[in-house]
Unconditional design. Structure first.
Length: 269
């Protein structure tokens, strides 16, 4: 097996910023190194998977100015890890992966795709996925959903008649948060939450991305659309995806990494 690695890193971190994040989540400090670097090191420094790696592609922003800043910020770090940087898609994740696919070399037999904001993936999870991918054309990790699932509808009713935040901002309650109500309870039997890395035989993933409709929230969805079987291995609760600022605290706890302000000055990122 020769394993290419694609890390889509073109997102604008909008949800992270909307929730109070002050910078891109990929730039956040995790024990002296940015999230993006930590994520790639999961594979590069992996005892058994590292030697299998072929092409490593990190797909950054599409906008020329933003891409230039991305290269200036990460170019040297990524080059030291043997990464190739390319421009990602304009809007959608699948555009970014498709752009990165063009950089995968013919000798790469398999392709792993891993979210840039998953820096805590345990090495044993990566092992499970890669080992099973030697026998199956498409393998993903996933966790069985244990929480009760509710389908929720947002109403036009203001959440608070007298919203103090709205008063401070000079807006009316009608412009603030709306009341949400339960529409139904979803049967969670057989429902799993997909994670990454997702590993595919290279020819299968290329065929999946040759389809006309590429709308999907993950790469396995495109393979499923071909009618191909996707094998599931047990995921890991520690394999969180940093989406909101609170997730960064969890990631630091998982990795035992202190925030910069709690480290000695000479150890700060």
């Amino acid at each position: 097996m020769k394993l290419a690695l694609i890390v889509p890193a073109a997102g604008a971190s909008r949800r992270y910023g909307d929730a109070g994040g002050l910078r891109s989540k990929l730039d956040e400090d995790l024990g002296g190194r940015p999230v993006l670097q930590r994520t790639i090191e999961l594979f590069v420094k992996h005892e058994s998977v590292g030697p299998l790696l072929g092409t490593i592609i990190v797909a950054g922003p599409h906008d020329p100015e933003a891409f230039g800043e991305f290269k200036e910020k990460y170019g040297d770090r990524l080059a030291l890890m043997g990464c190739t940087i390319c421009r990602g898609g304009v809007t959608h994740r699948y555009e970014t992966v498709k752009a990165a696919l063009e950089k995968v070399l013919p000798e790469d037999t398999h392709i792993a795709i891993h979210d840039a904001a998953r820096p805590c993936t345990p090495p044993e999870l990566i092992d499970r996925v890669v080992q099973l991918a030697e026998r199956h054309a498409a393998v993903i990790p996933a966790l069985e959903v244990t929480d009760t699932l509710k389908r929720v509808q947002t109403t036009d009713e203001p959440e608070f008649e007298d919203d103090p935040v709205a008063r401070i901002l000079g807006t009316s309650p009608k412009e603030g948060p709306k009341v949400r109500v339960v529409e139904s309870t979803v049967d969670r039997r057989g429902i799993f939450a997909a994670q990454t890395p997702q590993v595919f035989r290279a020819d299968l993933l290329r065929r999946a991305y040759a389809q006309s409709d590429l709308t999907s929230t993950d790469d396995a969805g495109l393979v499923e659309r071909l009618g191909e079987r996707v094998v599931v291995v047990e995921g890991d609760a520690r394999n969180l995806k940093i989406t909101h600022p609170g997730d960064l605290s969890l990631a630091r706890a998982i990795l035992g990494a202190k925030p910069p302000e709690e480290r000695a000055v000479h150890k700060r990122f």
